[in-house]
Design a protein around this ligand. Structure first.
Ligand SMILES: *Cc1c(COP(=O)(O)O)cnc(C)c1O
Length: 392
């Protein structure tokens, strides 16, 4: 019909015939980027809107195009879960987990070292909705049993903790939480879903900011939520549908590309980061290095027991003395390390953390978080060495 050349050009342009005109038979190594809000049905009687891609894969673009579902399936496979939902970012993934499992009157537990915006969500929107989120010492281990209540629905873990890098005894926490009937969720962003096998260690639901290591190039925002259980899949799917958390197929296509080099990037980042961290451990300006693979990191023994590697983000605590202004001057003087949020890309980053609310293990004003990128470690060390002069 649309090939009807007797029609005027505006008719021929506007009346869409989705039948391809290009030759069939193209085979490539790349997952195609499939865009689409509307998906087409053969007959009116076939129309349905269903979020559950297991039952009806393509009913509306919100629930995922082939590119989005492919990324989800590959991450589920990598983490050895049963299903994975792709979200617009890591913080959206955190919100989805809360809203899938908690309602008014429920109680949740969150390590006091959790990602800052997770704590912000807990103390802001969730509080307003009548969900009580209590913070706990990340090193509590089996002692979490004392904090579990009859209405505790969700126990979060994040290991290592944000900025202060405490490694948690996730199996001990999960065992206690399960005895109390709570769902165990893990922010597994540091491990990129691969350096810590969450489901083998008792976790029910994992999320990660794909923004970090899966994207790997600081050019996209995406998150994922993976579960290992059908009931959790239903709860997450319904909540994601209510919230309308769609992910862009273009960003998913970049994440699929990132996945292909995740292994080599993580291996190189681990080597380079360890070299820089070990050099920093020997510097007189540095009181301690908070890197999971170094014995100075709280929970290091658990990292050795449970993780298969370390990643690119860690912190240093400076010796007492330098003022905030001097610490800022140190960070400003770095040339290869840029100043900014997020991590896991190819570029090294530095950020001072003043006034971190860490009541149990306070570090004062001297904590600087570093993310090591793919620059030569010797050049990064030289950069840090010249910048230390600013502390004097
Ligand atoms: C960055 C980050 C997030 C949030 O991810 P966005 O994609 O930036 O929203 C969540 N958790 C951790 C541990 C992170 O580092």
């Amino acid at each position: 019909m649309t090939t009807d050349s007797t029609q005027p050009f505006d008719w021929r342009l506007a009346v869409v015939d989705p039948t391809p005109r290009a030759p069939a038979g193209f085979r490539s190594l790349v997952t195609p980027t499939s865009r689409g809000s509307t998906t087409l049905f053969e007959r009116a009687a076939d129309l349905r809107d269903d979020w559950d891609a297991e039952k009806a894969p393509y009913t509306y673009g919100l629930h995922g195009t082939p590119t989005v579902l492919e990324l989800g399936a590959r991450i589920a496979q990598l983490e050895q879960g049963c299903h994975c939902f792709i979200t617009p970012g890591g913080q959206a993934a955190i919100a989805l987990v809360y809203l899938a499992f908690c309602g008014a009157g429920d109680h949740a537990l969150l390590p006091d070292t959790a990602y800052g915006p997770n704590q912000g969500l807990a103390g802001g929107l969730l509080k307003r909705l009548g969900i009580e989120v209590e913070t706990y010492d990340p090193l509590i281990g089996a002692g979490i049993a004392a904090l579990l209540r009859p209405n505790t629905r969700l126990v979060w873990c994040e290991s290592p903790g944000s900025a202060t890098m405490e490694i948690q005894d996730v199996p001990a926490i999960a065992a206690a939480a399960h005895r109390a009937g709570a769902v165990v969720a893990l922010d597994n962003t540091y491990a990129a879903g691969v350096l810590f096998d969450a489901f083998a260690h008792g976790v029910d639901v994992t999320m990660q900011a794909l923004t970090k290591y899966i994207g790997g190039h600081s050019d996209l925002l995406l998150g994922s939520v993976t579960c290992r259980d059908e009931a959790h899949y239903q709860a997450l799917g319904e909540a994601r549908n209510f919230l309308g958390m769609a992910a862009s197929p273009d960003d998913c296509s970049l994440a699929l590309r990132g996945l292909q080099t995740l292994g080599v990037r993580l291996a190189q980042l681990e080597r380079g980061t360890l070299e820089v961290a070990q050099w920093l451990a020997g510097r007189p300006e540095v009181r301690t290095v908070l890197h999971p693979a170094l014995p100075s990191c709280p929970g290091h023994e658990i990292w050795k027991r449970d993780f298969t590697g370390s990643a690119s983000v860690f912190s240093i605590v400076l010796r007492d003395g330098p003022s905030r202004a001097r610490i800022e001057a140190f960070v400003d003087r770095l040339a290869l390390f840029k100043i900014g949020y997020s991590w896991g890309g190819v570029t090294s980053l530095a950020a001072p953390y003043f006034n971190l609310r860490r009541t149990l293990r306070p570090y004062g004003d001297g904590l600087v978080r570093l993310n090591v990128g793919l620059e030569p470690p010797a050049a990064l060390i030289a950069d840090l060495e010249q910048a230390f002069a600013a502390l004097a």
